[in-house]
Design a protein around this ligand. Structure first.
Ligand SMILES: Cc1cc2nc3c(=O)[nH]c(=O)nc-3n(C[C@H](O)[C@H](O)[C@H](O)COP(=O)(O)OP(=O)(O)OC[C@H]3O[C@@H](n4cnc5c(N)ncnc54)[C@H](O)[C@@H]3O)c2cc1C
Ligand SMILES: *[C@@H]1O[C@H](CO)[C@@H](O)[C@H](O)[C@H]1NC(C)=O
Ligand SMILES: *[C@@H]1O[C@H](CO)[C@@H](O)[C@H](O)[C@H]1NC(C)=O
Ligand SMILES: *[C@@H]1O[C@H](CO)[C@@H](O)[C@H](O)[C@H]1NC(C)=O
Ligand SMILES: *[C@@H]1O[C@H](CO)[C@@H](O)[C@H](O)[C@H]1NC(C)=O
Ligand SMILES: *[C@@H]1O[C@H](CO)[C@@H](O)[C@H](O)[C@H]1NC(C)=O
Ligand SMILES: *[C@@H]1O[C@H](CO)[C@@H](O)[C@H](O)[C@H]1NC(C)=O
Ligand SMILES: *[C@@H]1O[C@H](CO)[C@@H](O)[C@H](O)[C@H]1NC(C)=O
Ligand SMILES: *[C@@H]1O[C@H](CO)[C@@H](O)[C@H](O)[C@H]1NC(C)=O
Ligand SMILES: *[C@@H]1O[C@H](CO)[C@@H](O)[C@H](O)[C@H]1NC(C)=O
Ligand SMILES: *[C@@H]1O[C@H](CO)[C@@H](O)[C@H](O)[C@H]1NC(C)=O
Length: 580
């Protein structure tokens, strides 16, 4: 959803103090050999070894430096540092750095810009970020990084844009494979047993903002996220990938036709639903960063054309009337989602109810208004005063997107997120819908600084895709909408407070879970430490995925939490990763 500053409201391209959850116990029985080597250890590679790796990768090894290092040391840069100070809550600075990550939880204030210019650089630590990164250019540079990490027993991570809320794009004492510069984009016509039509081959580093306009110029559109900065070909697709075009064309994972990947054995493979189909299955919906390193994907492109959009706002009056209107929206969603191609995003804050984007490819303005009329009637019956209500048709997806999201939006990193996929049957059956409304209401009453999104998609199987093609699990296919629970906090918030926010979100997820048995969570916008992660993020696909993990990465070179088989590892108090 949108974590931007759209209109006067903050929205999220994207989610109180709850039960304290103790960190994983440091199991004293773990032999040191089971653990990754970290800086300071006798076995941590010395400069000659890093230099040798650098030679192998053609000089593409980079020493990790935190973004805010420009504020430290004798070479501190006053202009850059003050720029960072004024925009520390914004995602942009973190995208182009080989190791830096967006979520403040993982960044953990290790090195920040709010210091006197020129402060001793020793107080700007690398923290959880990768110590070195390889600027990936091809399969050989990936394979060299894998080999080095295996031989030296150090942690390996993959960093693309650094959006990952779960912390998968960083790791204490790690070597990063930085895929951001794989920017090739090539349009083609694709033919296979299941798809015949326009397609585009994109490098692993391509971001939606770089792809959408190029597609538009060819009369095409591609399924993308709500945030232009998210990678088109990294964690978004591997974890599922949602955005305004999901109802029209399927989830991100449903778009993939083939991929070029490097597996943990260093081998370059071209995979598809017919070649290494199990790996293809896992890499499309089975969770990010856990299977292989993606170099490129060939994805479907779709005929572009006019798209109807709509927005509607009214104030949060903090009374039963307001919450009745929220519930009316929920009850209208089954009808809206049964319209082919229709998708919606609403958000609720302490100030407003906002339908901030309805998306309906091919519809007219009159059709859009007609579709929303049952909801209009409900809110009219409630005597609610509308503050904004506009419907329009744009000529292309990009124009539609720019109308509702904006082409130059500022996206913020100041959030903690979680959520729940709400089954269609839950709303159709209907008896617990009021319980959902009152649960959401009580979340606001306990934590006013919250935004809750309802992302309404029909994410059922698109033509040519089956439950064997990719790992998108039934909870997604059978969902009516995705709830994102977001709490806001300044990125300088102390880590313990962010941890409390996460505990709150986990408690809220648990509340929604109890209401919606058989629902699930969206891993990319979930929490890393949820107890019921296997069921919630993978559903019935877990056992199959666990076998695929064993087959393609038997030594578990690629570790992410909550990834499949992550419970075979534990992170000790000092952040060191050990095999249990
Ligand atoms: C501001 C914001 C807005 C968002 N909006 C949306 C949205 O609209 N829709 C949605 O579905 N999600 C959204 N998300 C969630 C997003 O999908 C995930 O954070 C996703 O993991 C980001 O992928 P990335 O490659 O850009 O980021 P990274 O953090 O660089 O990578 C994410 C994960 O993917 C792995 N990975 C990255 N590249 C590769 C590769 N080449 N090969 C193998 N593994 C790789 C990494 O190891 C990591 O585990 C949003 C997140 C943020 C912070
Ligand atoms: C790797 O080599 C290149 C070119 O030789 C050099 O510029 C770079 O600083 C080296 N990287 C590291 C980490 O030493
Ligand atoms: C995010 O944090 C920045 C930096 O501290 C702050 O200026 C900004 O107001 C915050 N924005 C939101 C939406 O919380
Ligand atoms: C964040 O830093 C604090 C110390 O300042 C440390 O106790 C905590 O473990 C760190 N958390 C993470 C996730 O790095
Ligand atoms: C990474 O490699 C690309 C070329 O593939 C180059 O343009 C870029 O400058 C490199 N980045 C860094 C930080 O070395
Ligand atoms: C794909 O085929 C269409 C129709 O034949 C053609 O117009 C288009 O140029 C082709 N695209 C590419 C990239 O070859
Ligand atoms: C969702 O879309 C599919 C087509 O992709 C359609 O077959 C299905 O009926 C739709 N679901 C509902 C509930 O309308
Ligand atoms: C929103 O505007 C449309 C016309 O653009 C109108 O038909 C509809 O009744 C309005 N809805 C509400 C709730 O005011
Ligand atoms: C709405 O206003 C009308 C007329 O003033 C009134 O009869 C009705 O009870 C109100 N409805 C609600 C839900 O307040
Ligand atoms: C739903 O709400 C009703 C009425 O408040 C309550 O009696 C019931 O226990 C709730 N059910 C669940 C599953 O929370
Ligand atoms: C909500 O969080 C934002 C982001 O940090 C902060 O700027 C704002 O002051 C907070 N508002 C309240 C009411 O706590």
């Amino acid at each position: 959803m949108l974590f931007s500053s759209f209109l006067p409201f903050v929205t999220v391209c994207v989610s109180a103090v709850g039960a304290y959850r103790p960190a994983a116990r440091a199991p004293h029985h773990i032999p040191k050999n089971n653990c990754k080597v970290i800086p300071g250890d006798r076995k941590w590679p010395g400069v000659p070894e890093w230099n040798a790796l650098n030679k192998t990768v053609g000089g593409r090894l980079i020493r990790g430096t935190p973004v805010a290092q420009v504020c430290y040391g004798p070479n501190a840069d006053a202009t850059k540092c003050s720029d960072l100070q004024s925009s520390w809550g914004v995602v942009d600075h973190f995208l182009n750095n080989p190791v830096a990550v967006i979520p403040p939880y993982w960044d953990n204030n290790t090195c920040h810009p709010f210091v006197p210019l020129g402060t001793d650089v020793s107080s700007c630590g690398i923290g959880n970020l990768a110590v070195y990164a390889i600027n990936v250019s091809d399969a050989a540079t990936v394979a060299a990084g894998m080999k080095f990490a295996r031989q030296k027993n150090i942690r390996l991570v993959i960093k693309n844009t650094g959006h990952d809320f779960l912390g998968g794009s960083q790791g204490l004492g790690s070597l990063a494979l930085w895929t951001h510069n794989l920017k090739d984009i090539k349009f083609l016509n694709y033919t296979s047993a299941t798809y015949n039509g326009p397609a585009v081959k994109i490098g692993a580093g391509v971001q939606f903002k770089e792809l959408s306009r190029l597609a538009e110029a060819r009369g095409l559109r591609v399924v993308g996220g709500s945030c232009p900065t998210v990678g088109a070909n990294g964690g978004w697709r591997q974890g599922g990938g949602h955005g305004p075009l999901v109802s029209a064309h399927g989830l991100g994972a449903d778009q993939t036709l083939e991929m070029e990947v490097v597996t943990a054995d260093g081998k370059l493979r071209k995979i598809s639903p017919t070649k290494d189909a199990d790996l293809f299955y896992a890499l499309n919906g089975g969770g990010a960063g856990n299977w292989a390193v993606v170099l490129s994907s060939t994805i479907k492109a779709h005929q572009d054309g006019p798209i109807a959009g709509s927005i509607l706002f009214f104030d949060n009056t903090h009374d039963d009337t307001y919450w009745a209107a929220v519930e009316a929206w929920t009850r209208h969603l089954p009808a809206l989602n049964s319209i082919p191609g229709f998708a919606s995003e609403i958000f609720i804050t302490q100030d407003v109810f906002a339908l901030d984007m309805a998306t309906w490819p091919g519809a007219t303005e009159a059709q859009m208004i007609e579709a929303l009329t049952p909801f209009y009637n409900s809110i009219k019956e409630l005597n609610i005063t509308i503050t904004k209500n506009e419907t329009a048709v744009q000529r292309s997806y990009v124009e539609h997107y720019n109308t509702y999201v904006g082409s130059d939006q500022i996206f913020t990193r100041n959030l903690t997120i979680g959520g729940r996929l709400i089954p269609r049957s839950f709303v159709e059956e209907g008896s617990l819908v009021s319980n959902l409304t009152s649960s959401i209401r009580s979340m606001f009453e306990s934590s006013p600084n919250t935004t809750i999104y309802y992302l309404g998609y029909n994410a059922s199987l698109p033509a040519g895709v089956t439950s064997q093609t990719n790992a998108i699990f039934p909870a997604w296919r059978e969902s009516l909408f995705l709830i994102n629970l977001v709490t806001w906090s300044d990125p300088m918030t102390p880590w313990n407070t962010l941890k409390d926010s996460l505990a709150t979100i986990n408690n809220w997820q648990q509340t929604l879970r109890e209401l919606t048995p058989g629902g699930g969570g969206y891993i990319n916008e979930g929490t890393f430490d949820e107890d019921t992660w296997k069921e919630d993020y993978f559903g019935g696909t877990y056992e199959k995925l666990a076998r695929i993990k064993k087959k393609y990465d038997p030594e578990h070179l690629l570790y992410v939490k909550p990834g499949v088989r992550a419970d075979e590892w534990v992170q000790l108090g000092d952040g060191r990763l050990c095999k249990v």
